[in-house]
Each structure stands twice: as C-alpha cells, then as structure tokens.
Design a protein around this ligand. Structure first.
Ligand SMILES: C[S@@+](CC[C@H](N)C(=O)[O-])C[C@H]1O[C@@H](n2cnc3c(N)ncnc32)[C@H](O)[C@@H]1O
Length: 257
C-alpha cells in the first residue's frame, strides 16, 4: 500500500472529520436532533449497539484487570470510550480532530463518566514507552497515511503483555467490491468529498504490520452497515452473520505485546 505523502495531509484529515462528524449517518432519519444533545447521543449509542454487534467480544478481550488503563486512538466523539469508562476502565481518548473531542467531552459530561481527552496524532503518540495496559482503535488507522507507523506506536506505548484491539477495513470484502463497482466513496455520507485517506487491507498485509506483537488473531466481521439502508433490514440475520465471517468489511485485530 503506497503511503499518502501529500503536504498538510494531517490538517486535511482533521478538516475532513470536522465536516463529516463520524456517526452522524445514524441521524439521517432525525434531521431535527440538535448536535451534542442527550437525544443525539442516545440515538448514536443505540445504533452502535445494533451495528457494532461484536463490541462485547472486544470488551471481554481488553478487560484483563480491575481498572485497566486504556488509550483509545482516534476516539472520535467518544462513544466506545464511554462504554469502557462504564466498565471501569481508566480512559484516555486521543484524536486529531478537535471537533470530535469537544463532542466526546460533552458525551462524558451528559452521562456522568470520567475520561481524559487530548488532541494528538496516532503516528506520533505523546506518551512514554510502556504506559497503557490496553489500547483500542476502531476505524481509524486506515485513515492515516502511515498505518504501520501508527501500529508500531501502539505497540510502543503498551506495557509488556498489554493488549490491543484495532479495527481496519478489509480489502477482500463484499462492501469494498460493491463500492468499487459503484465507484462510491466510503466516508462521504453527506455527499461531499471523501476522506483524504482510506486504505483497505488484506489479512496478510495486516500480519506484516503487526509483526512486533507476540500474538495477532484476526477476526472478520460486519458484512455491511447503516449505509446499506433497507438491504440491511431485509437480509436474514443468520445469513448476515454467516457472510460477515467470510467477507465482512471489518478486520478486527486482537493483539498482545
Ligand atoms: C471513522 S472515525 C472513527 C472514530 C471512532 N473511533 C468511532 O468509531 O466513532 C475516524 C477518526 O480517526 C481520526 N483520525 C484520523 N487520522 C488520525 C490520526 N493520524 N491521529 C489521530 N486521529 C486520527 C479522525 O479524526 C476521526 O475521529
């Protein structure tokens, strides 16, 4: 995969995600909901529970102690960070897009949760080596120019035997194939420009990038989601889950340092 070396690429990335706030696709049928309100977050949290059906398995894998110290790289508006905080994790959320961090702070305050949110770049984490018990990154590192560098950063800040879960887009998936046929972007739900960087990886490419970890298990999930509208509602769920394991859009990496 060629790296994207455009000048100001990180600024472009932050500007894109300011315009295209993640998760707002779930609000397509709720045009009057106020951004940052309790109703706004309730709808988004409910939608994530439905579509990211495998999140409980991630939680189980990362919850190895009583109050693990967790870094979320690319926390967006903090929806998953909130789930970790509610389960007793000590959460630090990092993102390159300040607009997402403002929403994450709002979410935590509305739901009475505790967390620390900081602006930062996944490719140059501002933490010493061996800082976190676990690291989580969902749908982020395929949007940064040097995914391998960001994965090495996660390895560096983890304690020995620390665990990480990283979700990356899967090249050999039904969703990628259909987008290729239709020549549609992946992140432009608002019909504007697409994300400056969106890589799709094979399992082989992922294993290479994760070579520093002592263990790397790769799950395949999520045939497609809310973007598929009625098709998602109509497909029998047994077929959906069966095909998700074969040609799902999410490669879910369960890693140990
Ligand atoms: C698709 S959103 C996912 C957000 C969140 N993980 C979620 O599931 O809702 C991608 C996020 O990655 C962040 N991001 C992209 N490149 C980044 C980088 N190099 N460093 C930190 N954050 C980055 C964006 O700002 C955006 O919040």
């Amino acid at each position: 995969m060629d790296k994207d070396l455009r000048p100001n690429i990180f600024q472009d990335i932050a500007e894109f995600w300011t315009f295209q706030l993640n998760n707002e696709i779930y609000l397509r049928n709720y045009p009057h909901v106020i951004r940052g309100s309790r109703e706004y977050f309730d709808i988004i949290l409910e939608a994530r529970r439905k579509f990211i059906y495998y999140f409980p398995a991630i939680m189980k894998y990362l919850k190895t102690g009583l109050s693990p110290n967790l870094l979320e790289v690319g926390c967006g508006m903090g929806t998953d960070a909130l789930m970790f905080a509610k389960e007793g994790f000590k959460v630090t959320g990092l993102d390159i897009t300040p607009a997402h961090l403002v929403l994450a702070e709002k979410l935590f305050s509305l739901y009475n949760a505790r967390g620390t949110f900081i602006e930062g770049n996944a490719e140059n984490l501002s933490f010493p080596d061996n800082t976190f018990d676990c690291v989580y990154s969902f749908g982020v590192l395929h949007h940064t120019p040097d995914t391998g560098k960001a994965i090495n950063e996660i390895h560096r800040v983890l304690i020995p035997k620390g665990r990480a879960v990283i979700m990356l887009y899967h090249k050999w998936s039904l969703n990628n194939f259909v987008h290729w046929i239709l020549q549609r972007g992946f992140e432009n739900a608002r019909e504007g420009p697409d994300s400056p960087v969106t890589y799709r990886f094979s399992r082989q490419e992922v294993r290479k990038m994760c070579a520093a970890f002592t263990s790397c298990r790769i799950g395949i999930e999520y045939l497609f989601g809310a973007g598929w509208g009625k098709v998602y509602e109509l497909i029998p769920k047994a077929i959906y889950f069966f095909l998700s394991k074969k040609m799902g859009w999410h490669l879910v990496l369960y890693l140990e340092k």
